[in-house]
Design a protein around this ligand. Sequence first.
Ligand code: GTP
Ligand code: MG
Length: 137
Amino acid sequence: TNRTFTMIKPDAVKDGHSGSIIKMIEAAGFRVVALKKTLLTPERAGEFYAVHSERPFYNDLCKYMSSGPIVPMILEKENAVADFRTLIGATNPANAAEGTIRKLFAISMEANAIHGSDSDENAQIEGSFFFAHVDQY
Ligand code: GTP
Ligand code: MG
């Protein structure tokens, strides 16, 4: 098995969808390795999304991601990164497939309910951003 990193974004937490989303994740065969509810400052959101610092939506994204509590998690499954991105659906909910988390819970391109790491390497980096000693979990 391998691991991916996810976080339920402020819109979905605020709207009370965390439980439904975690239920979908577990039903899809992912084991929750680590989980917490926390709040990012705009500066820490900026650090998390540093790869996007040159993109035009970067400032809005950092403001949005620090607008309310989030629920970061480390997940484990065979083929975790790719299977999880299939489960969440396209970045823009207008393009998300039926039955995906974003199709069900995303409000917009920005407030799109959930994050999923895009590579094994980033899953490791992003998980360690929120959780210490992850190898021991
Ligand atoms: P993540 O799982 O959150 O990383 O989404 P992604 O990999 O599907 O998208 P990407 O990494 O390209 O963008 C990161 C996040 O920035 C997205 O999830 C959106 O919340 C936001 N985002 C991406 N593109 C746009 C855009 O054109 N406008 C705005 N406002 N936000 C965007
Ligand atoms: Mg991404």
